[in-house]
Design a protein around this ligand. Structure first.
Ligand code: MGD
Ligand code: MGD
Ligand code: MO
Length: 760
């Protein structure tokens, strides 16, 4: 890929022709043009397969094309004609492949054969499935289960995930970290404390009833583009949309729906955000406190003059706990500190508050811009506080709406992939399967990394994902990885994590969701849960990439059988023969969430799990929804006192899915040809003595004796608040200290890395 970046601000809307052209290019490059017809017929359609890209929900009545640019890219990427065969591995050593880029590795195409690393030749050699399972099982039998880690990246279905967690517990551990630990774990900690549920309360139909939408730290145009249709419809009802984001993300500004021929031909975009505030990184708590302070002031005025109140005081009195302390915090926090910490003028915060105050039903959307900060939990809880002030939870058209990442990441937690025992019905599992599950909490992602660094992990199984590339502290982690005895990677494409071997390393190729999964009882159905707790079925439609591939449920079952003593209560083979039987088992473990599971597979738009907070039943310790007082105004590592240190946001481009890089074009930000860039405020660049279009070295500004430094970043003068800069994940993960994570949730604080910048 070319090195120098091209930058020209993108003036076109999100969607529209830019998106159609981009799709055409990706289909050709992946030799997947024939897939386009499948997309129209089956992608997110009843009887079809569920998109593997984002976790946004699917409507009961689908659009003609129920896919977006990035979902289609993900499908082309999966259904490429290219193959990474044993012959490829014969030609390349691992140390050679470690010099390849993320893009080049995955661009070789789908993995076809099970492979084992041969340390003598430093190559992967083919192995039979039987040999692989027998050896892995024999090795696992020899370890203390608690010295092993079973990771999951959030794509695997509910059926696979349920089998995987059961395998871990029957084997003897709860070390089930999930990509969620790097993502919305902060949500899973904050929301139960505030409203007694670990997931959002908003359903798709709420978007049709809302009269105000707020969004913090989420990039809709790139990461959940199908949500743009719901936002567009809301805008057509004149619903105000208020966005807080340090970057002016194009998706929040303008959208042309490729579903609408008239709009496409005229190219007349819908304006999405009606108010846009470029808060500084980690400045959201301050901005939210400012909004709350205004609501309170207007409520005081309304009471004094006998006008209708701004706050929903009846709701606060009946349904919440802790308001007086939060009210005191709002009153005592001064405007000077709010303006300093948020980086926003008071007039902007007042204008946002005025929109909020007028609304009868508010939806609050958020993403990684809130969760990946030191005070991520405080940030989310403060946002919930605002909703509670207006009674905007448990009322049609309102609620809290975290936008999840992977297409089944929420569902994996629902069916037991969790290191936290309190979240898993262990008693029921014990009874159902006649065994004594381990009762102590297992290792989350950061804790797993710490254990690997300390030499305490013997085996690591990765059910998808690219662990070493997604986690912080890349250099140290890669160096320590070779201390692992057994690394087993269940994957669809080759990635960096597969190239850092343990003493024994297996690469086990699997099918993707859009492929036909034929088992003893016929073609199988799998299920996933979306961001709004709706469960959808998915039927593969495409011939698998190779006859040698096994499905994920089969691989998990074979690993379990090779490792565990037979248990008549766990019919692994029957489950693999008919995934409906796994669903029956899930229903037995989770009767409330999954009643009549197999009968409800094809409900239009999926079926929703019941969530107490939606009915204003608060499953918290107080039995109420709880206000929380944030500990600080800045969610960052500091209070922004040292101006020689910038806050580095690491984020996604429009041409990637996490560590899967489809190309080097971040079209919606106007950045092309290179990913080694840093977006910086021009005043900061000048202040640091860097020439226009110059190159910079970024060095993490922490004092723990470890040098974390990367050079070769091209500086782009970008519309971003001074003191904040942004660059791409995963390239920058070597700069992120392992201990720099959100308090309480341990989610790496990837949106505010303290950084010094120097000209090169
Ligand atoms: N096409 C595509 N879709 C995806 C993914 C993908 O990589 N590609 N990844 C999936 C996954 S796993 C996830 S978790 C989601 C991620 O989706 P997002 O939550 O959108 O995550 P990011 O791309 O990291 O971007 C976060 C946004 O937060 C803003 N931001 C950063 N810091 C702050 C802050 O302090 N305050 C505020 N208000 N904003 C801030 C950034 O400018 C950026 O717009 O998307 C999922 N969907
Ligand atoms: N600095 C920084 N770091 C971050 C983030 C950030 O914003 N900034 N974001 C974090 C977030 S939100 C997340 S979710 C993590 C992502 O971390 P992961 O989930 O671990 O990473 P992915 O890149 O999604 O994994 C991609 C790999 O999964 C495999 N794969 C794809 N589809 C399938 C499938 O169907 N089955 C199987 N078995 N394998 C499959 C392919 O081999 C592919 O190479 O990264 C985190 N790391
Ligand atoms: Mo994520």
């Amino acid at each position: 890929m070319a090195r120098r970046a091209r930058y020209k601000p993108y003036q076109q809307p999100t969607g529209g022709w830019g998106s159609v052209f981009s799709l055409g290019q990706h289909a050709i490059r992946q030799q997947a043009v024939g897939t386009a017809a499948l997309l129209l017929r089956d992608h997110n359609k009843p009887g079809g397969y569920a998109c593997t890209s984002c976790a946004w929900t699917k409507p009961g009545k689908p659009h003609l094309a129920e896919f977006c640019e990035n979902g289609a890219k993900a499908t082309f990427w999966d259904l490429t004609k290219k193959r990474t065969t044993p012959d490829f591995f014969a030609r390349h050593t691992l140390s050679e492949l470690r010099n390849w880029s993320d893009f080049d590795l995955e661009n070789e195409g789908r993995l076809t054969h099970p492979m084992r690393h041969d340390p003598a030749s430093d190559r992967y050699l083919p192995v039979t499935w039987d040999e692989a399972f027998a050896d892995i099982g024999a090795k696992l039998k020899g370890y203390d289960p608690k010295a092993t880690v079973f990771y999951a990246s959030g794509r695997a279905s509910l059926e696979t995930s349920y089998m995987y967690q059961l395998f871990a517990r029957l084997y003897g551990h709860n070390n089930l970290p999930d990509s969620s630990n790097m993502c919305h774990e902060t949500t899973s900690v904050a929301l139960p404390l505030s409203i007694g549920t670990s997931v959002g309360t908003v359903l798709l139909e709420d978007f049709k009833k809302t009269d105000c939408i707020f969004s913090f730290g989420q990039n809709v145009g790139t990461n959940s583009p199908r949500l743009l249709h719901d936002l567009q419809e809301a805008r057509e009802r004149d619903v105000p949309i208020v966005v807080f984001n340090p970057l002016r993300e194009r998706g929040w500004e303008a959208f042309v729906s490729p579903q609408r021929p008239g709009q496409m031909i005229a190219n007349t975009p819908t304006q999405i955000a009606t108010q846009y505030y470029q808060v500084r990184a980690a400045g959201d708590i301050a901005a939210m406190l400012g909004i709350g302070k205004m609501l309170l002031a207007w409520n005081d005025e309304a009471r004094a003059s006998g006008r209708p109140l701004v706050l929903d005081e009846a709701f606060i009195a009946h349904h919440t706990d802790g308001f007086p302390a939060f009210e005191a915090k709002l009153r005592e926090t001064g405007w000077a500190e709010i303006i300093e910490a948020s980086g926003l003028p008071r007039a902007s915060i007042e204008a946002a508050a005025a929109t909020f105050a007028k609304a009868k039903a508010v939806i609050a959307i958020y993403g990684m811009g809130l969760t990946q900060h030191k005070l991520g939990v405080d940030s989310i809880r403060t946002l919930v506080n605002l909703l509670l002030m207006g009674g905007h939870i448990g009322k049609p058209g309102s609620g809290i709406c975290p936008i999840r990442g992977h297409s089944n990441v929420q569902g994996q937690r629902t069916v037991g992939i969790s290191e936290k025992v309190a979240l898993v019905p262990l008693d029921r599992l014990a009874q159902q399967y006649g065994f004594e599950p381990p009762r102590e909490d297992g290792l989350a992602t950061v804790e797993s990394c710490e254990a690997i660094v300390a030499g305490g992990v013997r085996a690591f199984i990765g059910l998808g994902g690219n662990f070493v590339r997604a986690i912080p502290e890349r250099e140290l982690m890669e160096a320590k990885w070779s201390g692992i005895d057994l690394s087993v990677q269940i994957a669809t494409k080759l990635n960096r994590c597969h190239l850092i071997p343990g003493k024994t390393t297996y690469l086990l190729p699997t099918m993707v969701r859009s492929e036909i999964d034929e088992q003893a009882s016929g073609p199988q159905i799998v299920t996933v849960e979306d961001s709004t707790t709706r469960i959808h079925s998915s039927r593969g439609k495409w011939k698998p990439a190779a006859e040698t591939l096994l499905s994920e449920p089969r691989i998990v079952a074979e690993l379990a059988k090779a490792t565990l003593a037979p248990n008549p209560n766990v019919p692994w083979d029957e489950w693999v023969g008919d995934y409906g039987k796994v669903r029956n088992a899930i229903e037995q473990t989770y009767p409330k969430d999954f009643s009549a599971f197999n009968q409800r597979l094809d409900m239009p738009g999926g079926f929703a799990r019941p969530i107490g907070a939606r009915e204003r039943q608060w499953e918290t310790e107080t039995g109420k929804a709880n206000f929380a007082v944030p500990t600080k105004l800045s969610a960052s590592f500091d209070d922004g006192l040292d101006s020689s240190i910038l806050r580095l946001i690491t984020l996604r481009s429009n041409d990637q899915f996490n560590t899967t890089v489809y190309g080097c074009s971040d079209r919606l930000r106007g950045i092309h040809s290179s990913r080694m860039i840093v977006m910086m405020n021009a005043d900061d660049r000048i202040r640091f003595g860097i020439a226009k279009h110059g190159t910079a070295r970024l060095t993490t500004a922490v004092d723990d004796g470890i040098l974390r430094s990367m050079g070769g970043f091209e500086v782009i003068d970008y519309d971003i608040p001074a003191g904040t800069c942004a660059a791409y994940f995963p390239e920058c993960n070597a700069l992120l200290p392992l201990w720099h994570y959100a308090q309480e949730s341990m989610t790496p604080a990837a949106k505010s890395i303290p950084i010094r910048v120097a000209a090169e």
